[in-house]
Design a protein around this ligand. Structure first.
Ligand code: FEO
Length: 383
């Protein structure tokens, strides 16, 4: 696949892994993108996951033929992009490796070798000329690891954005982007909003025509749309008005309350998502909470605490910097209910959370009083 006349795609597609990074479900797979820039000098952008090393080298050879690449540019050392560096070195022992100093230190950790005889260390603003193409490097610490660099091809105006602008699923640009890019971003990079904002600021100063990430499609048009979404995600600004209703339930009574609220909100014309935290993809539920401006948590008391699936969910929100949202609470307890207090306490670490005045307290099962309280909560959320 040609990205531009001189830049070719040589990535691979992983349809076998069930959990990316050991926790994110990828029903539509994921791609490990790699590119080659053909010029007087030839540069390869990143390697791929260990399981695809030989396929990647074959892709590389199919483009290069007998030609030997001059550089392997390593933007990110997470193994989904770095594990096949070893295959590359074996195949091309004369090629140099271009990376940040921190990346070379990580190579020592991963491979017991920092390739001192072939290192080209780069940092912010450094350039590398391939002939017609000039590459300019940007540091992007914590997007998504500390050693990350991004690379701007000044000649073709392509930003190689490492994990930034990545998406689960295929490399097809025509497939919907936002939902799976949001789930990827919030899950993997969400904690590092400030660092993403710093990179977006640098990117704003560049004339970018194409964004070439390490996962998902190469973005060739409507770049303002993607940059706008990243700007919202990085600043934790709700993307749009809407309510996420996330619940956990033991015998179905808390579930009935959550569904009743969901229906009440829909009847009021709200955009609402509903998640059973014991069964859903929790990372989709987390991404939904970051997408919308309001969240309702409904859970039973359990062991004088809150039900474990809810605890896991709130932990997932807080550790990713959940903030700037309105939160409503529904608790259930047959005796000594504690769930609402625990949920509120867990969210104390999140800044700028506004709790609704009404907390719905269910004693075992819904009754006319708690049904009325749910209606009142729906009213308050829709104010
Ligand atoms: Fe796709 Fe942070 O690796």
């Amino acid at each position: 696949m040609n990205i531009t006349e001189d830049i070719k795609y040589i990535g691979v597609s992983d349809g076998a892994t069930d959990l990316f990074e050991g926790q994110y479900s990828i029903p539509n797979g994921i791609t490990y993108n790699s590119y080659i820039i053909l010029d007087e000098m030839c540069a390869v952008m990143d390697s791929v996951d260990a399981a695809f090393g030989s396929e990647w080298i074959s892709n590389l050879k199919a483009v290069l033929g007998a030609r030997v690449p001059d550089y392997l540019i390593v933007q990110h050392m997470e193994p989904d992009h770095s594990a096949s560096i070893i295959d590359f070195i074996r195949e091309y022992p004369t090629a140099k490796i271009v990376a940040s100093r921190a990346a070379f230190a990580m190579m020592r950790g991963f491979f017991c070798n920092d390739f001192a005889d072939r290192q080209v260390v780069v940092t912010e603003g450094d350039t590398l000329s391939l002939g017609r193409h000039t590459l300019q490097f940007l540091t992007a610490p914590m997007v998504h690891w500390p050693e990350v660099i991004m690379t701007y091809d000044v000649t073709d105006r392509v930003l190689f954005s490492a994990d930034g602008f990545g998406r689960f699923g295929s490399a097809c640009e025509d497939e919907p982007w936002a939902d799976e890019a949001r789930r990827y971003y919030i899950g993997i990079v969400g904690k590092y909003g400030k660092q993403v904002e710093a990179v977006l600021k640098k990117a704003g100063a560049l004339d970018i025509e194409i964004i070439a990430p390490l996962h998902g499609p190469v973005l060739t048009h409507d770049l303002g749309l993607y940059l706008g979404l990243y700007s919202k995600w990085a600043s934790y600004t709700p993307e749009e008005r809407g309510v996420t209703v996330a619940y956990a339930s033991v015998y179905g009574n808390t579930a009935k309350a959550a569904v009743a609220l969901y229906e009440e909100l829909k009847a009021r014309g709200e955009r609402v998502t509903l998640f059973d935290l014991a069964r859903c993809d929790v990372h989709e539920a987390i991404a939904s909470a970051f997408r919308f401006d309001r969240l309702v948590l409904a859970a039973p008391t359990y062991n004088a605490d809150v039900f474990p699936a809810m605890k896991h969910y709130i932990l997932g929100l807080v550790e990713r910097g959940f903030t700037k949202r309105t939160v409503g609470l529904i608790e259930n307890g047959s005796w000594a209910p504690r769930a609402a207090a625990v949920m509120k306490g867990m969210l104390a670490e999140s800044k700028d959370i506004t709790f609704t005045e009404g907390t719905v307290k269910i004693t075992s099962a819904l009754n006319s009083e708690t049904k009325a309280a749910l209606s009142a909560l729906a009213d308050e959320l829709c104010k």
